[in-house]
Design a protein around this ligand. Sequence first.
Ligand SMILES: Cc1ncc(COP(=O)(O)O)c(C=O)c1O
Length: 400
Amino acid sequence: MRLGRTLPPAAAPVSLWAVANGLKGLMRGASEVRRFEGELKAYHGSDHVFLVSSGKACLYLILKALQRIHPDRREVVIPAYTCYSVPSAIRRAGLRVCLCDIDPGTLDFDHTCLERIFEERGHGLLAVMPTHLFGVPADVPAIRKLTDGTSVTAIEDAAQALGGSVRGQPLGTLGDVGFFSLGRGKAFTTVEGGVVLTSEGDLAAAITEELALFDGYTAPEFVGLCVQAVALALLMDPRLFWLPKALPFLKLGETHFDTDFSLKGMSGFQAGLARGWQKRLARAASARRRHSGAWAEALNGTDDLRQPEIPGPAGALLRYPLLVADSHCRQAILLESERLGLGVMTAYPEPLDRLPVLKPHTHSPDCPGALQVARQLVTLPVHPYVTGRDRQRILNVLLE
Ligand SMILES: Cc1ncc(COP(=O)(O)O)c(C=O)c1O
């Protein structure tokens, strides 16, 4: 077990002041949630915003609403390398998963594979999910070219991309509907939470009906949220992060396929915790942009470490992805980072076509790109707690 300075792989700072705002928000209840909704609408220029308990609850909500509109369509196309919460929500909604391979050079869909899926299975597809993995913008306009004139909905998985944009357009607003996660380790956190955005009136009406079936938080759950918020405020600091990291039952950074997640409307506590989010997000994004740019520059031209193509200048990524071709070298980097507390991590251990639990409910062509990424990926921290000295120490480990 490591004692001493330890970087979390990803972190959005939460202050005790924010926790106090959360408690005030708890008193204000629904009006605090409406305030947060209004601010998100104005920021993104979306007609409708819905606030719930997680990103997977967002996706479940969107899919149940879409099923009301297109009851004959049952398949959802997702990247074969993404967060396991995504297929969890699709299965919870009673739908089938259709995997599409990814391009290791962009971490986006392999567009040849996607076109083939549309040709062969287009009539049964309910939705396709371009995903901004680690905040790297996916090519949503290319997806919309495929979905235009069909009944397939483009759901933008912007879980990891709040505050990002391409050509001045906010991520999350490029598809027919989009969602963000406000979970721990995202660009901005309310302990747990999710935001759905859409300007499609019919879909918004169906989402409103589905959302009415969600629960609210109970009193013990409020206490749990409050304790977690205080823990985030105190323990994400690298001087103390070794402590939660040493507690295996917290399962930090782990992701599992699990359909048994809660479906709740967001509470006033979480909305209160988010007060001042635009300024806080902008401050954190400036650090993430600076570190992402520094990684891009420092690693430029290194033969064995391959950076993904990022459209435009390096934006405010959530983690900086890197492919390490040599598996011994990758293992050595991960072990040394663990020893020194540098926050270099893998992401999801296996591509989704290798999860036995999903097999019976999945259409899965060969996904060599997703397998390559699962075997070669490491991610570098870019959050506001990272210092120039941390970056130098990480670079020494990478280039050794
Ligand atoms: C790409 C992606 N989609 C969806 C989710 C689900 O979000 P949540 O953890 O808030 O349920 C995550 C969470 O990490 C994610 O990374």
